[in-house]
Design a protein around this ligand. Structure first.
Ligand code: HEC
Length: 130
């Protein structure tokens, strides 16, 4: 596996987080802070396409909406998905249930943002790990 060779040969840093007690379920893979696996890359593309940055900031640091770096440290995956799909209309968070891109990529979006909140993904802009 090319990724593994890279780690061994170049000392790249691979971070894989799973849900607690399920270390084998990798949520995302990131190398050098900005190179991510294909699924996490879909999460980043969804973030861009849905323009979440308009309200949550280009670096997820918060703007009119809260910092998702902070929120994702606390929210469960289910709470995250519910907030995004159903929105909190009275509080200014739109519902994304009519966005095919968002509903189909909600797990990837979560993985990307969780990687940001964990500090494993060091910059908002990521690229595909080759
Ligand atoms: C029009 C502005 C706007 C856009 C666009 C927007 N949000 Fe929000 N979002 C908000 C606001 C405002 C809140 C705070 C709602 C509240 O106080 O409960 C929020 C809350 C959230 C929360 C819950 C945070 C928490 O700590 O409970 C999540 C998760 C979230 N947004 C993710 C997203 C994602 C992902 C996208 C893009 C798909 C997005 N938002 C797009 C304004 C926005």
């Amino acid at each position: 596996m090319k990724v593994l060779r890279n780690i061994l040969s170049a000392g790249f840093f691979l971070v894989c987080f799973g849900s607690p007690g399920h270390a084998e379920d990798k949520l995302y893979t990131v190398v050098d802070g900005t190179k991510v696996d294909a699924e996490t890359m879909k999460g980043f593309r969804t973030w861009r396409a849905a323009a979440c940055d308009r309200c949550h900031g280009a670096n997820q640091e918060g703007l009119v909406g809260p910092s998702l770096i902070q929120s994702l440290k606390i929210l469960s995956k289910e709470e995250f998905a519910k907030s995004v799909i159903e929105g909190r209309l009275e509080k200014g968070m739109p519902a994304f249930k009519t966005s095919k891109m968002v509903t189909e990529n909600i797990d990837h979006l979560y993985a990307y943002l969780k990687g940001r909140a964990d500090g494993a993904i060091t910059k908002a802009k990521v690229e595909l790990l080759k």
